[in-house]
Design a binder for this molecule. Structure first.
Ligand SMILES: N[C@@H](CCC[C@H](N)C(=O)O)C(=O)O
Length: 284
């Protein structure tokens, strides 16, 4: 008798999920309402591996809420937590609004209570709240010396529930996103690392932006990064407070209003599936 056939297998523990994306920023969405949180850093990293797991830019875990329609936690694919994720918030809002046929929904994230709405053309808008401009709260260092960074020009530090360093550049095609983004993310001046945006101003209402995300690397879009870029451009006097922003995966509309920064764009459900967590290889 073959020993292989008799090798005991751990019990099957299926975890179902929905795969969605917003402008190519892709997410695994797990619904943990009514049960304990299931995601740990190690599990997030294993599921996030694009070769050995499922693959995602962020994992969003939906939780029951006492003070909103749902609570939402975010994980990057390196297993780290993220305090905000604009595009995943829009995707989850779309998923739940389709489920309940509602036209709006409240979602509590680490950054606070967010309101999302369905638009007339079936896109999703979310109010990402007010930017945090006090660097001590972002958290970033007050004494930022950009001279040693592989870039010229001062970054603008903006908190949207997560940290962003926005660089304005004359020619975005000249940026080596992997090299320069990674160098800025890991620069010791950012004690909690940072998301990095490179923005070329095309007009007062049109920005081209590319992003290097903390904990996930190059992504096709970043909602909180788009909000941070609008805030930075507007504060520098480079644009108006409402712009369209072209990112690698498509176009977002950003509107910095009195009640916060609103972001609008498409969402797409890709598939629903489940996997057996006992198959996932731990990734160090
Ligand atoms: N893709 C996101 C932002 C994800 C979080 C980020 N990588 C972090 O660590 O803060 C978005 O759409 O906002």
């Amino acid at each position: 008798m073959s020993t292989n056939q008799n090798t005991p297998r751990p019990p099957c523990s299926p975890l179902s999920f929905v795969k969605m994306h917003g402008l190519g920023n892709d997410f695994v969405i797990i619904d943990s309402r009514g049960r304990d949180a299931q995601i740990t850093p190690a599990l997030a990293k294993s599921i996030g591996d694009r070769n050995r797991g499922v693959g995602f830019d962020q994992l969003a875990e939906i939780r029951s809420s006492d003070s909103a329609d749902v609570d939402l936690d975010f994980w990057n694919n390196d297993g780290s937590r993220a305090g905000a994720c604009g595009n995943a918030t829009r995707c989850v809002a779309r998923l739940l609004m389709d489920e309940t046929l509602a036209d709006s929904i409240t979602i509590r994230t680490e950054r606070g209570l967010l309101l999302a709405k369905r638009t007339e053309n079936n896109e999703v808008s979310v109010n990402m709240g007010h930017p945090i401009l006090d660097w001590a709260q972002i958290p970033l260092s007050h004494e930022v010396d950009v001279e040693h960074l592989p870039l010229t020009g001062d970054p603008v530090a903006v908190g949207m529930g997560n940290p962003h360093a926005v660089f304005f550049v004359d020619d975005i095609t000249a940026i080596d996103l992997a090299v320069q983004g990674s160098a800025v993310e890991h620069d010791p001046i950012f004690p909690e690392r940072t998301n990095v945006e490179f923005a070329e101003i095309r007009s007062r209402s049109d920005i081209r932006m590319r992003v290097w995300e903390r904990g996930s690397g190059i992504t096709l879009a970043c909602g909180s990064g788009a909000c941070a870029t609008l805030v930075a451009a507007s504060l520098r006097g480079l644009t108006d407070k409402k712009v369209k922003m072209e990112v690698d995966g498509g176009t977002l509309t950003l509107d910095w209003r009195n009640d916060g920064v609103w972001m609008t764009g498409p969402t797409q459900r890709v598939f629903t599936a489940s996997f057996d967590t006992s198959f996932l290889e731990p990734i160090s």
